[in-house]
Write a protein that binds this ligand. Structure first.
Ligand code: ADP
Ligand code: MG
Length: 494
């Protein structure tokens, strides 16, 4: 799986071409009912300061106790990222002052993280894939939240988030364009959601990225990076990278140099701006937290978690291609969300033998259903058409009861009004006409009315398509296209 880092399109500067180098630090909130070192709830949206234990508020003498569920989630995530699981890891104090950090330090992991090197395969829009290296994953606490917009003269602090478990997932600087960065984040999010270790909700801030960007002339050593903090949407990650790379190129081409610094992205202005000069690790006075023992577990513990992992998107995609004959593209779309893949498999399971065609089912799920859901801005969990209903529609096509065209009308009716597709076809007279007598009458009429076309079709048999179209039209789309074709061929002597 060692695909080389893919050089993406270069940026044309005034003096030369430039290449972007990008590495991402993703903060992913661990899915867990309780916080990393306390039993307080992690529920989102509670009254300010209603989910705060004495530990989270850093009352003197309180001691942190590790939450095993969070440890398990971190290990499972590491396994999902094909990463080294470290059987021994250490919690450190990262010291800094901030009003929303009552301890005066964050408990994090520094030299010995719980997860080491791994990799993520990322499919790009052009059909190629890249492998992005993972440097490490460590567990740490989230901080509280300062609220500056509640009063004209005061700031408030809400500690509900204080102490919630985060996984910081650090990539290697293997990313070479904003498209690759966006695809990487979206793939990582998909994996986390499959694992159930982070819900990936970027609007709630449950997944956010620090984006490190530098530029270089191709082949030269890496340049100095700037880090854009806390970008909270995939689109903004792309925009921030594009802006930042061009800003750096502008400075370098003017003979300047890049200061390593921490910047913020302002989506309103579409710009990054300086926040502070980059702090160094030694500024934080990291040291092992004396309140916590090193975290140790056995290989058997890791192996047991590994054995219980769900099927992950890459495996599922491979299976969809080999088992159902899907194209890599269709398979990728279907496995993008676990719910979509499950929906597709439920449709397949409900198909009768005659209609069991993986590609046809994929077309219906992707083009008709997802297309319609996108139009309404809804996702699969809110689909008004169930897997069973969609399977019935496809079964009706497979049996020859309705044509593909009528099936689309039927889909729309089911979408709007619900109901059993089979009963709807019956009640509304949507059945395909296979009665040869009735079709023959229509065919004869059309042949009689178009002698010139008949001559043309005899010279050029492809023109039969025009006749098929006419017959289908005058039968309201209900004639069986195959029967029409055969009949026309014999009548026209083709
Ligand atoms: P820090 O905490 O100082 O930001 P980390 O090691 O946690 O350091 O993260 C560094 C991030 O920056 C990683 O994602 C890494 O891939 C990325 N990175 C390192 N060097 C460069 C560079 N020259 N250009 C772009 N990104 C870089
Ligand atoms: Mg950083």
């Amino acid at each position: 799986m060692n695909a080389p880092v893919k050089t993406a399109k270069l940026i044309k500067g005034a003096t030369s071409d430039w290449e972007m180098v990008i590495g991402l630090e993703i903060h992913a909130q661990v899915t867990s009912n309780a916080k990393l070192f306390s039993g307080a709830s992690t529920q989102f949206g509670g009254e300010p300061n209603s989910h705060v234990s004495l530990v989270d508020a850093a009352m003197p003498g309180m001691l942190p106790v590790i939450n095993e569920a969070c440890v398990k989630q971190a290990v499972r995530t590491g396994l999902g990222l094909n990463a080294q699981i470290n059987l021994r890891s250490v919690f450190d104090r990262k010291n800094y002052f901030y009003p929303d950090l009552p301890q005066g330090y964050q408990i994090s992991q520094y030299k010995s993280p719980i997860v080491g090197e791994g990799e993520v395969t990322v499919d790009l829009d052009d059909g190629e894939s890249i492998v992005v290296g993972i440097e490490r994953l460590h567990l740490e606490q989230d901080a509280g939240k300062s609220l500056h917009d509640q009063s004209p003269t005061m700031s408030f602090v809400d500690l509900n988030r204080s102490g919630v478990a985060l996984m910081e997932i650090v990539s290697k600087p293997d990313i070479r364009s904003s498209e690759q960065a966006k695809a990487y984040v979206s793939k990582l999010r998909t994996i986390l959601r499959y694992l159930g270790t982070c819900d990936g909700d970027m609007e709630k801030g449950n997944l956010r990225a620090d984006v490190n960007v530098s530029v270089r002339k191709p082949g030269e050593p890496f340049g100095t990076r700037c880090e854009i903090k806390n970008v909270n949407s995939i689109r903004f990650i792309g925009q921030a990278i594009e802006y930042e790379a061009r800003r750096q190129i502008g400075i370098l081409e003017d003979g300047g140099s890049i200061e390593q610094e921490t910047r913020l992205y302002d989506p309103g202005k579409g710009e990054t701006r300086s926040m502070r000069s980059k702090e160094e690790a030694h500024d934080y006075r990291y040291f092992p937290d004396p309140d916590l023992l090193p975290l140790e577990f056995s290989q058997a513990y890791v192996d047991a978690l590994k054995a219980e992992l769900p099927e992950l998107p890459d495996q599922k995609k491979r299976r969809f291609i080999s088992e159902f004959g899907l194209t890599p593209y269709d398979a990728s779309v279907l496995v993008g969300e676990r719910e979509s893949a499950d929906f597709y498999e439920s449709v397949l399971a409900a198909l009768e033998d005659k209609a069991r065609d993986g590609k046809l089912a994929a077309n219906w799920v992707i083009n008709e259903l997802f297309g319609r859901l996108n139009k309404e801005g809804q996702d699969i969990s809110a689909s008004p058409v169930s897997a069973a209903q969609l399977a019935t529609i496809i079964n009706l096509i497979g049996e020859g009861t309705i044509s593909g065209k009528i099936a689309k009308d039927l889909f729309e009716i089911v979408w709007q009004e619900g109901g059993d597709p089979r009963e709807l076809v019956e009640a509304r007279g949507m059945k395909q006409v296979t009665d040869m007598g009735a079709i023959e009458k229509v065919v004869d009429d059309i042949i009689a009315a178009n002698p010139d076309k008949v001559t043309q079709a005899r010279a050029k048999p492809a023109l039969i398509g025009w006749f098929v179209g006419q017959v289908m039209k005058s039968s309201g789309g209900k004639a069986n296209p195959q029967a029409v074709n055969e009949l026309l061929k014999s009548k026209l002597g083709l």
